[in-house]
Design a protein around this ligand. Structure first.
Ligand code: GDP
Ligand code: FO1
Ligand code: CA
Length: 323
């Protein structure tokens, strides 16, 4: 069975780990979000691709959900001693090797897709991991200007997603979320083919606005998902009206979508054949089905790999029902 999944970081990779346990023989292609990518100290950092690669490859810091296990921070503390920015975003020593190789290969002219393949040679994640695009796409968040900016007459400013998320903990209201470059970006090699040839397309419980949203915003991708012959099944990242972890509610509020399992289903209603909500959201099933999407309620807490595997089986069962 050929499965193609769209994925952000933690939610996406924990689900994928369950999927591989549930169907070890499946050929899984993952289309990863690169709109979180940021250049720091001259290095190209791809948090979501690395989270998938480390989680599936056995190198993740499990307690945190991102970064390398057994990490040390000698370089970060030396950079801080120089007063080098950005100190709100810490790169660990082990993780730095990944960014050094990625940056060196990009500078030598390799596209991000080729670099990702080379990095995965080491980690053997058990999936084919494709960046959504080889072009630069960055999520920016428009927030109210602070006093310093107002001196120049500006009333608002756009900051990099990571600055809003990591430095400001998404506590400053987002006026708009802008996917810079998405319209011009071309899907990376293999992306459209993986959607066309899939037997099932899955939307894991990733952040709908800043993880799945940017992937679908790459020119042609949303249309390719819609046009694909395979059933498209998603899993709600919202349980009982709150994101299980992280600040997805702040991102949903910014685009005017209610933080509910049904609200997220509506955001993807043009694509979805099936949608899974948690058992506590069983009352949402009829609303989702009224929008023409087959819906079922099953436990959606990824407490361990077995729980994630059970979710993956439920998603594949739903795909069979709607096929
Ligand atoms: P990020 O890029 O690291 O933020 O990760 P993703 O975008 O892939 O996923 C983040 C989202 O995963 C969060 O917004 C949560 O809503 C969702 N999430 C995390 N853990 C769970 C879980 O156990 N169950 C469900 N249903 N969603 C989860
Ligand atoms: N998240 C943080 O909250 N603080 C950090 O210093 C930080 C560093 C970091 C380094 C590499 C990496 O791959 C991820 C890192 N993250 C950090 C996680 C992260 O960037 C965000 O949670 C995601 O991009 C949101 O999806
Ligand atoms: Ca992300």
């Amino acid at each position: 069975m050929r499965i193609t999944a769209l994925a952000g970081g933690i939610g996406g990779s924990r689900f994928l780990r369950g999927l591989l346990r549930a169907v070890p023989d499946a050929r899984v292609t993952v289309i990863g979000n690169t709109a979180d990518d940021i250049t720091l100290h001259g290095l190209h950092v791809s948090p979501d691709l690395d989270t998938v690669m480390y989680t599936l490859g056995g190198g993740i810091e499990e307690s945190q959900g991102w970064g390398r296990e057994g990490e040390t921070f000698a370089v970060a503390s030396e950079l801080a001693a120089y007063g080098a920015e950005a100190q709100w975003f810490t790169l660990g020593d082990r993780d730095l090797a990944t960014h050094l190789i990625r940056t060196r290969m990009l500078a030598a002219g390799y596209p991000l897709s080729a670099v990702t393949e080379a990095l995965c040679d080491r980690w053997q994640p058990g999936v084919r991991l494709l960046p959504m695009t080889d072009d630069r796409v960055e999520t920016h968040v428009v927030v109210a200007a602070d006093l310093e900016d107002e001196a120049s007459g500006a009333t608002e400013k756009a900051i990099h997603f990571q600055e809003w998320w990591v430095r400001l903990h998404a506590e400053v209201p987002a006026r708009r979320i802008v996917l810079v470059g998405a319209d011009q970006a071309k899907p990376a090699p293999g992306v459209l083919e993986a959607l066309e040839s899939a037997d099932v397309i899955l939307l894991p419980p990733s952040n709908p606005v800043v993880s799945i949203g940017p992937i679908l915003a790459v020119a042609g991708v949303r249309d390719a998902v819609r046009a694909a012959g395979a059933p498209v099944v998603g899993l709600s990242p919202i349980i009982g009206g709150s994101p299980v972890r992280g600040m997805a509610d702040a991102a949903l509020t910014a685009i005017g979508v209610p933080t509910t399992a049904a609200g997220v289903a509506e955001l993807f209603a043009d694509l979805l054949d099936g949608w899974l909500v948690d058992t506590v959201d069983a009352e949402a099933v009829s609303a989702v089905e009224a929008a023409g999407v087959r819906c079922a309620a099953v436990p959606l807490w990824m407490t361990d790999v077995d729980a994630a595997a059970a979710m993956a089986r439920a998603a594949l069962d739903l795909a069979e029902e709607v096929r």
